[in-house]
Design a protein around this ligand. Sequence first.
Ligand SMILES: *[C@@H]1O[C@H](CO)[C@@H](O)[C@H](O)[C@H]1NC(C)=O
Ligand SMILES: *[C@@H]1O[C@H](CO)[C@@H](O)[C@H](O)[C@H]1NC(C)=O
Ligand SMILES: *[C@@H]1O[C@H](CO)[C@@H](O)[C@H](O)[C@H]1NC(C)=O
Ligand SMILES: *[C@@H]1O[C@H](CO)[C@@H](O)[C@H](O)[C@H]1NC(C)=O
Ligand SMILES: *[C@@H]1O[C@H](CO)[C@@H](O)[C@H](O)[C@H]1NC(C)=O
Length: 386
Amino acid sequence: MALFILLSLLAACVAAQYKGAFDASSQLRSRQYTNASSTNATTYTNPILNANGADPWVIRYNDYYYMTYTTTNNITLLRSRVLTDWNDAETRLIFNPPEGQNYSTNLWAPELHQIGNNWYVIFTADPRSDSPPPEVDMLCDSSCPAVHHRMYVLEGLGDDPWEATYTYKAQLDTFDQFAIDGTYFQHATGLYHIYSCWVRAYDGWPANLCITRMENAWTVASNFSQRQILSVPSSDWEKTPYGRRLNDRLATNEGPQQLTNPATGQTFVIYSGGRSDNRNYCLGQLELVGDDPMNVGDWRKRTDGCVFYQNAREEAYGVGHASFTTSPDGSEDWIVYHGMRNPTNGWFARTIRTQRFGWNDDGSPRFPRPGYGPYDVPSGQSGLSA
Ligand SMILES: *[C@@H]1O[C@H](CO)[C@@H](O)[C@H](O)[C@H]1NC(C)=O
Ligand SMILES: *[C@@H]1O[C@H](CO)[C@@H](O)[C@H](O)[C@H]1NC(C)=O
Ligand SMILES: *[C@@H]1O[C@H](CO)[C@@H](O)[C@H](O)[C@H]1NC(C)=O
Ligand SMILES: *[C@@H]1O[C@H](CO)[C@@H](O)[C@H](O)[C@H]1NC(C)=O
Ligand SMILES: *[C@@H]1O[C@H](CO)[C@@H](O)[C@H](O)[C@H]1NC(C)=O
C-alpha cells in the first residue's frame, strides 16, 4: 500500500513535469465582482480574470467576446461584452468528458472556431493524466509523460456559439504521435491543422510545429509522409535553459495561432517558444511568404528572437500562449495571453492578460511590452457592461 502511494506520488510528479497540470481548483473562481470595466471605466489593469488561468483563447462574435482556457477537467466557455474584465462574465460548461476515453483527462488549450456554418472546439487531451503505462514509457528515449496527448474536436451546430450544444466529434489524425495545442489555419487553399508535434512517436523532445491539410474541421487529409514540420526550436531563446547546448529537453514550439494583418493581408503564425512553466516563455513568429502552407519553403521564421517577451521591470514573466481579437468597434488589434508575476512558481502562477498591439512598417505585428497597466480600454468598450 505504502509502495503504491509512493508510486502514485512519483507518477504525479512525472505528470507535472510535462506541461499542463496545475491547480484546477483555483480555476473559475469567477464572480468576484469588481467594477473594473463593467461601468464606464476608461482604463483597466491586468490580469483580466481574478483566478489562475492559462492558454486563453478569445473570439469576438456578434457583440460578445467568448473566452475559453485550460481548466484541465472540462471545457468551459465564458461570455462578456467587455474584453478587459471577465470576473462578471457568464460561464457555461460546454464539455465534461466521459471517463475511460483517450480524451478524458488533461484537457488543454481549447479554442472555438466558426468553420462553415458551425462552431468547432479544438482541444488537447490524454487518457490518464500524463501517466503512460510502463511498457509505453520504456520506449521513450527520455522522459515522455505526454506521449499519449492527442487532438480532439467538438462540434456545435448553428451560428450561435453560446446556445449551441457541443458534442464530441472526432480525434484529429496525428499519426498516433504526440500532438498538443492544435489550431485551425484558414487559407485561400483550404483548411489546415497546425500543432505542436514530436518528430517520432517516442521522442519526448523537442516539441516542434507541424502542419497537415484538412478535408473538413474534423478530418485530416494528409498522410504521414505529407505531414510537414514548419518549425523546430533551434534558436537559443526556444531552448530551456536559454541557449542550452547539451540536448533538446524542454526545447519547445507550441501554442500556434494564425494572425492576419488586416491592412496588408500578410499571414503570420505566432507561436510560443521556450518552456511554459518558465520566465523565458515568449512568442515567436512565422510568416507565410508563399502560396502553399504545406511547402516549408513558403514560410519565413523570425530567428533573431522573441517578438513578445518578459518584462522584468514590471514583473511580467513567462508571457505566451496568445490569441488575437479586436476592440468592440473593430479599429484596434488586441492580444490575449497568459503570464506570471512570480517567475519561480511555474504553471501555478499563470494568469490571463490582454493588451493592444500595432503593426510594424514591414507588416509584422508590433507587440507591446507586457505589464499590468492601467491601460486605456479597447476603443468602443466604454459604456458597455459585462
Ligand atoms: C470545470 O473544471 C473546473 C476546473 O477543474 C472546475 O473548477 C469547475 O467546477 C468545472 N465545471 C463544472 C461545471 O463542473
Ligand atoms: C460597483 O458599482 C456599484 C454601482 O456603482 C456599487 O454599488 C458597488 O459597490 C461597486 N462594487 C465594487 C466592488 O466596487
Ligand atoms: C455609462 O455611460 C452611459 C452613457 O454615457 C450612461 O447612460 C450610464 O448611466 C453610465 N453608467 C454608469 C454605471 O455610470
Ligand atoms: C487510444 O489511444 C491508444 C494509444 O494511442 C490507441 O492505441 C487506441 O486505439 C486509442 N483508442 C481509441 C478508442 O481510439
Ligand atoms: C501519401 O499520399 C501521397 C499522395 O496521395 C502518396 O503519393 C503517398 O504514397 C502516400 N504515402 C503514404 C505513406 O501513404
